[in-house]
Design a protein around this ligand. Structure first.
Ligand code: 5AD
Ligand code: SF4
Length: 466
């Protein structure tokens, strides 16, 4: 079979990253191999996102740039998938007349057949059908064999929460969970291929399995925790309204579960939370966090915030700043509210003007940066366990030659860069956990030095003898 090349542009969340990996695996039997050169591609897949206006613009501007390529190479197949495709359906062809395939969020598994049809008949194909059942699949063993240490695993699709700002329930459909045995089998296969850390993905992992009567999320975590060769488990996202006591307890019980939780709060004002339909109050949120910190005192906490939601007053915003001071987050993702046409808040009348939104965003980010830096600096002198996941070459200004710089993450999900100390033979520590003494702290990363440590009973932990 002739080798054909597949280029994937992934925009948006980790679920899209996972879907793109799945697409790469699904297209292999048709003779497609991944390339990172769009010019070399026979098939370009654009996996789009519509969560905020900017993400959508990004997709269309990339697609616009493909026009020229398609003119020069008419056999090129262009497939538009993901959330924008789901939202717009055939309308995509109006804006991108040179596209060949539009496939929705529930049609990933059907993409190979669609591409085959285009290959043989040179026609346009659209599939944005949504089904109530999960689009279940089995990934071929070995699909992860590209040396990655950490991977995402989607455990459920869709969302039933209907926050008023959010487009997800409309473009990803109703909540549905994958069967635990499929998830466990997939992770085992990843581990056989060198993966050491998995992040379980769902819009609201707390409701995993409830509809289908499968096991609870905490039970699924237990099963994943028992997989030999896996060192770390993360998950995202947990909705604060139903962060269960059972899930809170797992942080104290499962040794592979990383001490980090991403718990999006969106606003510190009860009035705004109500208008967002978040179904919890600020007090409830703080209480859940307190319980988590009782069980796991060193837990790193991150969150998402929206500023300038319709009707957000200066006072509401001050309450958000106050919440940030109260919680002392390790990190925050903050966004300016933007209208999503399918989401109810787009019809709310009292929009916050953009200059004011910009102003609030800057104020919030400046406040958080101080906390992020303070939290990171507190790690100086400590020796956290770091899972080594990459090697980056860096030219040191003023120094001859290049310094090999390694990279990893702490349990709390902080990036640590380090170089091998002089006189110590460098080894390939990719996929190993080592102790690194933190020497310097910045806003987005830490810098340290690998250190000798007492042998530990923790699986996969290694240390070198200096
Ligand atoms: N405007 C701005 N931010 C949004 N988010 C979701 N919808 C919107 C919107 N319409 C943010 C939320 C969510 C994150 C993934 O994106 O903070 O948690
Ligand atoms: Fe973007 Fe949401 Fe779709 Fe993810 S689920 S790609 S964040 S719109």
């Amino acid at each position: 079979m002739k080798t054909k090349y597949l280029y994937i542009n992934t925009i948006g969340c980790q679920m899209n990253v996972y879907d793109s990996e799945r697409i790469a695996a699904l297209m292999t039997p048709l003779g497609y191999r991944l390339t990172d050169s769009v010019r070399a591609a026979d098939l370009v897949v654009v996996n789009t996102c519509t969560i905020r206006e900017k993400a959508e613009q990004k997709a269309f501007s990339f697609l616009g740039r493909l026009a020229d390529l398609k003119r020069k190479k008419p056999s090129l197949i262009i497939a538009v998938g993901g959330c924008v495709a789901q939202q717009e359906g055939r309308q995509i062809f109006k804006r991108v007349p040179f596209a060949d395939v539009v496939f929705g969020t529930h049609a990933v598994g059907r993409l190979p057949r669609m591409v085959e049809r285009v290959e043989s008949r040179r026609c346009r194909v659209t599939d944005v059908e949504m089904t109530a059942e999960i689009d279940e699949f089995e990934l071929p063993d070995g699909f992860a064999g590209n040396g990655e240490v950490s991977r995402f695993v989607t455990i459920m699709q869709g969302c039933d929460n209907f926050c008023t700002y959010c487009v997800v329930p409309y473009v990803r459909g109703r909540e549905a969970s994958r069967r635990p045995e499929r998830i466990v089998a997939e992770i085992r296969s990843l581990v056989r291929n060198g993966v050491r850390e998995v992040t379980l993905l769902g819009q609201n992992v707390n409701s995993y399995g409830k509809k289908e009567g499968l096991c609870s999320f905490a039970e699924l975590l237990e099963q994943v925790n028992a997989i030999d060769g896996l060192y770390r488990i993360r998950f995202t996202t947990s909705h604060p309204k139903d962060l269960s006591p059972e899930l809170t307890r797992t942080f104290g019980e499962l040794e592979k579960l990383c001490h980090h939780i991403h718990l999006p709060v969106q606003s510190g004002s009860d009035r705004v939370l109500k208008r967002m339909n978040r179904k919890y109050t600020r007090a409830h949120y703080l209480d859940r966090l307190d319980r988590l910190r009782q069980v796991c005192p060193d837990i790193a906490v991150t969150s998402d915030m929206i500023v300038g939601f319709p009707g957000e007053s200066r006072r509401d915003f001050e309450e958000t700043l106050d919440l940030i001071r109260t919680v002392e987050y390790d990190g925050l993702f903050a966004f300016k509210y933007s209208d999503r046409p399918l989401a109810p808040a787009s019809k709310f009348s009292d929009k916050v003007p953009e200059p004011e939104q910009n102003d609030r965003l800057q104020t919030l980010l400046a406040l958080q940066e101080a906390y992020t830096l303070r939290k990171n600096r507190a790690l100086i002198g400590t020796r956290p366990r770091v899972l080594v996941d990459g090697l980056s070459r860096r030219s040191d200004a003023g120094m001859a030659g290049e310094v090999r710089q390694w990279r990893g993450r702490t349990d709390g999900n902080k990036i640590v860069n380090f170089v091998w100390p002089e006189g110590v033979p460098e080894q390939d520590w990719m996929g190993h956990q080592i102790r690194v003494e933190i020497e310097e702290a910045f806003t987005h990363s830490l810098r340290g030095r690998p250190v000798t440590d007492k042998p530990s009973s923790l699986k996969g932990e290694e240390s070198y003898a200096a």
